[in-house]
Design a protein around this ligand. Structure first.
Ligand code: SF4
Ligand code: SF4
Length: 128
């Protein structure tokens, strides 16, 4: 779940509050994640941290020599490697594809494919 906020005094009409979860466990988010960070058990946050920061080869900012010296390069770029806290912390400093900021926000380099898949599913499979 992601929250965004817009502060406005526009006279907006409100929908009725949801009374039931909208997730029907379709699994589209699970299949969409390039880092295989979602499973039936939920989100693996270390796996997500690594692939959110762009470890998968679908990251358009990756250069051809990215992780060229790493023995598990292919498994990492294909999203097959499983990261735990230690291995994720070890590789995060190398996932520096964008300039550092002073406010701590880290832009997503996985394309938020889990969210996009969910939006499409919940909107009735509407094609973009
Ligand atoms: S894509 Fe959305 S509705 Fe489908 S399992 Fe994931 S969170 Fe639930
Ligand atoms: S935010 Fe990106 S890396 Fe994390 S679960 Fe979603 S698609 Fe995967």
């Amino acid at each position: 779940m992601r929250w965004c906020f817009i502060i406005t005094d526009a006279p907006l009409e409100c929908d009725e509050p949801l009374t039931e979860p909208v997730c029907d466990r379709c699994g589209d988010c699970l299949r969409a994640c390039p880092g295989h960070a979602i499973s039936e058990e939920g989100l693996d946050s270390w796996q997500c941290a690594v692939y959110y920061k762009g470890a998968h080869r679908s990251n358009p900012f990756q250069k051809p020599d990215f992780l060229a010296d790493h023995p598990e390069r292919e498994a990492i770029l294909s999203g097959e490697k499983r990261f735990d806290a230690d291995s994720a912390r070890a590789i995060l400093p190398r996932l520096n594809f964008l300039p550092n900021t002073n406010w701590g926000y880290s832009p997503c380099l996985c394309g938020k494919k889990c969210d996009v898949a969910c939006y499409k599913h919940l909107m009735g499979g509407a094609k973009q």
